[in-house]
Ligand binder design. Structure first.
Ligand code: ACO
Length: 330
């Protein structure tokens, strides 16, 4: 096949999921909720939880090591580290710098990108620009979050939703037609307050008062976020397909951000996709924010379900609000 357009491809993937499993039955003992409510409203049955000692860069490094090994690469073969996260080890330096230190790579540029649950797709779009412009040759992109450390465990409206995990991609220029074909992204900062971690930044610097008011925890107007997520994810998926010149019927897999099974189903319906083409992992991991898409893609590949040439649509929505989609030829 003659190559007509330059693309970036995912050379290899890796994941890390903490061992500890928190089930809906465990949550029933912690807040006024039930397995029935959580299952019917969200699709979640259990989620993973990082240990007290684990920090975001620990999860990231484990996923990165797996991706490097599967790509037949050493850490020195990477020339940029990009970490997409909402839950950095520290406000600064960037988690990517902690990852660099733990991987023992010297002087490689490293930075974080924060775009709510859309961070992985935003970072993929940024990585494409860096690789195709010649700024970077091979990028380690990690989507990672430890949401259970910013969760208010007394708020039943949010504490049942989140889990922890990491997924990594090694990205480089493709030498054939496989790779990222199109993308679409957007944001609406006028709705920022609907999904926010208010404390600890310059708006509400940490103080006794911010701790008392629980401003260091994630806060969300769930039903508002839900409506916007359904609308934006459907629209974004269709727009990326339009830009790729690919029909809905040609899609082999939809990998939506895993925030709520009802949002996932609604997005699948916008594309008229049968259930078997919609990748779902929310029942076992909950909403791991930036990590949901790379973990789902890794597992799809591991299960041997991906054939060369198949079309994958990835789509996400999150805090900001932000949304993005990408069409990828495997
Ligand atoms: N157990 C039992 N009852 C509950 C629970 C719970 N865990 N949580 C809320 N309820 C109750 C509420 O109190 C309310 O009761 P009321 O009617 O007596 O007042 C009722 O259930 C309905 O509450 P809603 O919030 O309207 O429930 P909804 O059907 O909207 O589901 C949910 C809530 C699951 C949060 C949903 O709105 C959602 O998934 N929203 C989108 C989340 C999302 O997409 N986030 C984006 C990414 S996250 C990120 O960026 C980090």
């Amino acid at each position: 096949m003659i190559k007509t357009k330059r693309h970036i491809r995912i050379r290899s993937t890796g994941v890390y999921l903490p061992d500890r499993v928190l089930t809906n039955a465990d949550l029933e003992k912690m807040v006024d909720t039930s397995d029935e409510w959580i299952t019917t409203r969200t699709g979640i049955k259990e989620r993973r939880m990082a240990s007290k000692e684990q920090v975001t860069s620990d999860l990231a490094v484990n996923a990165a090591r797996m991706a490097l090994e599967r790509g037949g690469l050493k850490a020195e073969d990477i020339d940029l580290i990009l970490v997409a996260t909402n839950t950095p080890d520290t406000i600064f330096p960037a988690t990517a710098c902690w990852v660099q230190k733990k991987l023992g790579i010297k002087e490689t540029p490293a930075f974080d990108l924060e775009a709510g649950c859309t961070g992985l797709l935003y970072a993929l779009i940024v990585a494409e620009g860096l690789i195709l412009s010649g700024t970077a040759r091979r990028i380690l992109l990690i989507g990672v979050d430890i949401l259970t450390k910013i969760t208010n465990w007394e708020d039943r409206g949010t504490c049942v939703l989140f889990g922890d995990g990491a997924g990594a991609f090694i990205l480089e220029e493709s030498d054939d037609e496989s790779g990222l074909i199109s993308h679409f992204w957007g944001a609406d900062g006028s709705l920022a307050e609907l999904l926010i971690l208010p404390g600890g930044g310059t708006l509400y610097p940490a103080s006794e008062d911010t701790v008392k008011k629980k401003l260091h925890y994630l806060s969300m107007k769930g039903n508002e976020v839900f409506k916007h997520a359904v609308k934006r994810m459907g629209e974004a998926a269709l727009e990326a397909l339009k830009q790729a010149g690919i029909e809905k019927e040609q899609v082999d897999y939809l990998i939506p951000h895993q925030a709520n099974l009802r949002i996932i189903d609604a997005t699948g319906e916008r594309l008229n996709l049968p259930k078997e083409k919609i990748v779902v992992s929310i029942h076992k991991y909950g909403n791991m924010s930036v990590a949901t898409i790379p973990v789902a893609l890794h597992e799809l590949a591991e299960e041997g379900k991906l054939q060369k040439g198949q079309i994958i649509v990835m789509v996400a929505f999150g805090a900001g609000f932000t949304w993005a989609s990408a069409v990828y030829r495997w």
